[in-house]
Design a protein around this ligand. Sequence first.
Ligand SMILES: Cc1cc2nc3c(=O)[nH]c(=O)nc-3n(C[C@H](O)[C@H](O)[C@H](O)COP(=O)(O)O)c2cc1C
Length: 315
Amino acid sequence: MNNSLSCQIAGILFPNPIILASGILGITPGSMLRLAHAGIGGITTKTVGPRVRPGYSNPSIIEIGEGTFLNSVGLANPGIDQMEIEIKEYKQQSSIPLIVSVFGDGPEGYAEIARRAEKAGADAIEINISCPHAEVASIALSEELTIEFTKAVKRAVSIPVFAKLTPNIADIIPIAKATEKAGADAIVAINTLRGLALDYKTGRPLLSHGIGGLSGKAIKSVGVRVIYELYPHISIPLIGVGGIFTWQDVLEYIYAGASTIQIGSALFQGDEIIPEILDGLFEFLKENQIENLNQIRGKAHEYSSELEVMPKECL
Ligand SMILES: Cc1cc2nc3c(=O)[nH]c(=O)nc-3n(C[C@H](O)[C@H](O)[C@H](O)COP(=O)(O)O)c2cc1C
């Protein structure tokens, strides 16, 4: 049997399902190329906007539990002028697909950054409408704004557009449907969860900005739950993100309904995690005679009818 980890999203062929999540290492061509050499299947850049943005001062990222982080980087980025140079340099040296994450001033601002990223060589655009410690947080809380921003970017480029959604909402399904209706080619979920850590002696917030975004091990079950909830309602591909550290974590997301995944905080442990996850996945497919991940995508839903629900008379 020919087992393969490759996967196709919106016509883009990723050699394997591990894509770098936005904001983690995807800033310089050097770090992106290093990850490509380590075997990553796709790269998402740091979210880039119209101009240099310093972000919040340190401490802007802290580890609050083993493999669990709180950050308020605040969309620090080098600006699109610099990113264009970096996209070109990366594309000259690597064929691993490059997704450029963008934000801007209003829908047209997003569209302009996306247009420039496409021209520089991006394979896809990810619209960040969900960062919990920046102005863009509110976009993916509104169906109208989600449609407006997604449509503006779709109109501006001919490469695929992925929309990155927030878990900081009671019901994510209407927002996901709105992105689909606006023509998004895939949904990326989840961005970080709003969190706060305090100094137990003084009560002072530990991050310079106060509230930040929670990522890493603690959020995996939230990400898996979001993908699980979206899968029956959404027909565009779902890209699962949040707390993935092992090959077993990847499988959970695929069973929930993800077509592929992104990995962020786990890379703070080092690049070795990439071949470790790939080896584990490959062995699992081989041992279980599974040709590719599509075969097991959404498998968790086969058990829906077996899950317990409270009988009406108990309500
Ligand atoms: C330090 C840091 C910076 C981040 N910056 C961005 C960003 O610029 N754009 C974005 O869409 N997500 C950003 N994220 C969110 C990640 O892409 C990802 O959605 C989140 O961390 C959950 O995945 P993980 O648990 O694997 O880290 C950032 C996360 C961290 C930890």
